[in-house]
Design a protein around this ligand. Structure first.
Ligand code: URA
Length: 230
């Protein structure tokens, strides 16, 4: 008799294994549901986007094709933050639409979430050339924007994907192997939220053995969501 938790683990691995097609239906990223935002929130998001678009003397911005601002549901209680757009994201102007994004969709799906149920952004809104890591100066420049973004969305759960997001928002001296899989209560401006750090999907593609730990983190998010009744 296989235990329920083992069955769930098998289902998760089937879902996130990059070589397995778990569902033949293509994800339609263009079918946006209408989210009834308050006027305040809609205006704040517009102003924030405008202020990023108006950045002067930013090499990242000057070399990128598009701003990558957000995806998902701005009314969601769950916000995910990655590092920076890659080539596909730069082309489409949406976060996590390349291979790492496909894995992220599968990870979300393993805990019954999808892009219509969460909100997604990045620390940096423009693609760093050759997908290099953003520099300290670049992170410093974009930090006020992502902090404001968190304040506007006011998530109850904030998921930081990878060490760049963790170091930018929690502190430079942290190591992801020690910090992942824990809840940290944190205040960003006026927004008090429960933060969890987990591995970036691109890292999980390089280190598939770590998917086991990512599953623990995902279950923590699922359980927190249940406990908060959100
Ligand atoms: N990696 C990220 O951190 N963000 C994206 O949007 C895509 C890949």
């Amino acid at each position: 008799m296989i235990k329920n938790s083992s069955l769930k683990l098998i289902k998760y691995f089937n879902l996130i294994n990059y070589n397995l097609i778990y569902n033949n239906k293509a994800i339609n990223r263009y079918k946006k549901e209408k989210f009834e935002l308050s006027e305040d929130q809609a205006e704040s998001l517009n102003l924030l986007k405008k202020s990023i678009l108006n950045l002067k003397n930013c090499d990242l911005k000057n070399q990128a094709k598009n701003i990558v601002f957000n995806d998902g549901n701005p009314k969601s209680n769950i916000m995910l933050i990655g590092e920076a757009p890659g080539a596909n994201e730069d082309l489409e102007g949406l976060p996590f639409v390349g291979r790492a994004g496909q894995l992220l969709d599968k990870m979300l799906s393993a805990i019954n979430l999808d892009r219509q149920k969460v909100y997604i952004s990045n620390i940096i809104n423009y693609r760093p050339p050759d997908n290099r890591r953003p520099t300290e100066d670049e992170i410093k420049r974009y930090l006020p924007f992502i902090t404001k973004h968190i304040e506007i969305i006011k998530p109850r759960i904030l998921v930081l994907l990878g060490s760049t997001a963790m170091n930018a928002l929690i502190g430079k001296d942290n190591v992801i192997s020690k910090m992942r899989g824990k809840w940290i209560e944190k205040q960003f401006g006026t927004c008090k939220t429960s933060v969890i750090i987990t591995f970036h999907p691109a890292f999980l593609m390089r280190q598939p053995a770590q998917k086991k730990l990512a599953w623990i983190d995902l279950k923590m998010i699922r359980d927190k969501k249940t406990n908060l009744k959100i």
